[in-house]
Design a protein around this ligand. Structure first.
Ligand code: KG4
Ligand code: ZN
Length: 344
């Protein structure tokens, strides 16, 4: 029987680890180190620095994780790690660490799909299991997709972004207005605090591709529109706030229009919103109202499990291992690109 699974996340700029023990133990402990301070001076993630920092943190984090969990290494029965998609060097650090540790403990490993883990994180900490099929909206810094979830490992992509991911559009719009990296959440906070008299200062931003009868999306034009408004403005704090507000409204409206399409197409009543942008307060509130009005329900991971973390990797790994899926020995493979539709 599977007891404690160690999960390791190192696909980008967070080193995360957690131990998941199935029910009723649940999530036993979790640790997270964010590299924001390291990359801030460069205005974005520097892949080589990210890898080096993961290497520095992994052992230290594992020690503190075990101490928090009051467990020792011999209690760990299997190790799950992020296999992809992500930065290849960063992925390799976590994969090598997982494989070496597992070899020394004579236990199995499993490479987990990062995007699948984001989606499954909506079930972390809640007692019920979400019945399939349901629709998932995955909105992170690197991906924006509508997915029909038909079971563990069974995903059909309904729509994708043709250019920027939603989180990327948030980050780039923030950056061009001088808001320091990572600007997405700061831009959202500006939008949320925008007083009513300022909201219409730059008119209504476009809702890209909502007339198209599919679930594909495009956000780079919206970002350019925000830039044009900013360049024409006096670039005051009020201007930034008004642009942030109009931008966020356009993003959320666009996603709502596509949600209706994805739910109609699949005849699903349940929606999961996962990935870093799932932490957005406006999006959470508007989607809750929208799903209630449709007689359905929306599920979000807890705020701290929206952005990258080790808990979602331990949780996803645990479920696949329960189903008997493990890595093939010590073979080491990571995938910088890995479409979700092909997850094991
Ligand atoms: O899932 P995640 O941690 O990393 C990836 O796998 O990409 O997502 C990070 C993304 C970043 O683009 C960040 O700006 C965005 O999520 N994000 C937000 C918010 N919090 C994080 N975007 C909008 N509103 C937020 N509150
Ligand atoms: Zn992520």
């Amino acid at each position: 029987m599977l007891h404690y699974v160690l999960g390791i996340e190192s696909s980008c700029d967070e080193t995360g680890m957690a131990i998941y023990g199935g029910k009723p133990a649940g999530l036993v402990a979790e640790v997270l180190h964010s590299q924001i301070a390291l990359h801030q001076q460069f205005g974005g993630v520097v892949p080589e620095l990210a890898s080096r920092d993961h290497v520095k943190r992994l052992v230290v984090l594992l020690e503190s994780l075990l101490a928090d969990a009051k467990l020792s290494l011999k209690d760990i029965r299997a190790i799950a790690y992020t296999k992809g998609p992500g930065l290849v060097g960063a992925l390799l650090t976590g994969a090598c660490f997982a494989k070496s540790l597992a070899y020394s403990l004579n236990i199995p490993t499993l490479g987990v799909h990062h995007l699948e883990a984001h989606i499954l994180a909506a079930q972390l900490g809640i007692q019920e299991t979400l019945d399939t099929p349901y629709v998932a909206l995955l909105v992170s810094g690197g991906h924006s997709q509508w997915i029909e979830v038909n079971g563990l490992g069974q995903y059909r992509v309904l729509g994708d972004t043709l250019d920027d991911a939603v989180g990327e559009a948030f980050d780039k719009t923030a950056k061009m207005m001088g808001i320091p990296y990572p600007g997405g959440a700061k831009l959202a906070a500006l939008a949320d605090a925008c007083p009513a008299p300022l909201r219409a200062r730059f008119g209504r931003f476009p809702r890209p591709m909502i007339d198209r009868p599919d679930c594909d999306m495009s956000f780079s034009g919206l970002k350019t529109h925000a830039l044009q408004c900013y360049m024409k403005s006096e670039q005051t704090e009020d201007d930034k706030q008004a642009i942030a507000y109009a931008f966020q409204e356009a993003i959320v409206d666009t996603l709502l229009a596509k949600a209706a399409r994805a739910l109609d197409e699949t005849a699903c009543q349940h929606l999961v919103i996962a990935g870093g942008v799932g932490a957005n307060q406006c999006l959470r509130a508007r989607f809750s109202d929208f799903m209630k009005a449709r007689g359905g329900a929306v599920f979000f991971p807890e705020q701290r499990y929206c952005t990258d973390n080790g808990a979602m990797i331990a949780f996803a790994g645990y479920q696949h291992m329960q189903a008997g899926r493990y890595d093939d020995g010590l073979n080491l493979e990571v995938k910088a690109r890995w479409p979700l539709g092909t997850a094991p």
